[in-house]
Design a binder for this molecule. Structure first.
Ligand SMILES: [Zn+2]
Ligand SMILES: [Zn+2]
Length: 175
């Protein structure tokens, strides 16, 4: 099985180069390769004028059409996402399914008025992409706050967790 990273709108090149080996590390036993696919334009229907945000469900629906066979599509978007009644989400995925989506917007220190920090951005994007792919492999949320599958409601919670699946989640994944 292959993970296809699909940039949605503009995503920095360096991130697209540095992310695949990190994803392979987490899912090496399930995934044969991780490749960067062509950029997809953001469908205008995903934009919510009043919120100034993009609807994660509409984007996921749009991306579902790009999946083939058992391969996974991991979409990386630079725009801010919301879902249902949640003010924002870092990402969303079908659980289980073939499509996962992560926004880099609120993972970037710049969003919080802080200076750019590429290493921190990469670390956070790794955690949230491993998390959403975990959902696509059928994993639910984990109670262990250090586990990458714990639910993050704030950037502080993202920073608290490790980029790794806990022992428990790993067992579930390979069961
Ligand atoms: Zn989740
Ligand atoms: Zn866990």
């Amino acid at each position: 099985m292959i993970i296809k990273i699909v940039p949605v709108g503009e995503i920095q090149e360096k991130l697209l180069r540095d992310l695949p080996p990190r994803l392979m590390e987490s899912y090496a036993l399930l995934v044969d390769d991780c490749v960067v696919d062509n950029t997809t334009e953001i469908p205008p229907t995903a934009y919510h004028q009043l919120r100034g945000q993009h609807n994660a469900d509409v984007l996921l629906d749009h991306l579902r059409r790009q999946t083939t066979g058992s391969n996974k599509v991991l979409a990386l978007a630079g725009v801010d996402l919301f879902h249902g009644t949640l003010n924002f989400v870092f990402g969303q995925a079908q659980c289980p399914g073939n499509v996962a989506l992560v926004s880099t917007c609120r993972l970037d220190p710049i969003f919080y008025g802080l200076p750019p920090n590429y290493e921190l951005l990469l670390e956070r994007v790794t955690k949230e992409t491993v998390h959403e792919l975990g959902h696509s492999f059928g994993l639910g949320h984990c109670d262990n706050p250090r586990c990458v599958m714990s639910f993050s409601n704030s950037i502080g919670e993202v920073d608290k967790k490790a980029p790794l699946l806990c022992e428990n989640c790993r067992k579930k994944l390979y069961r």
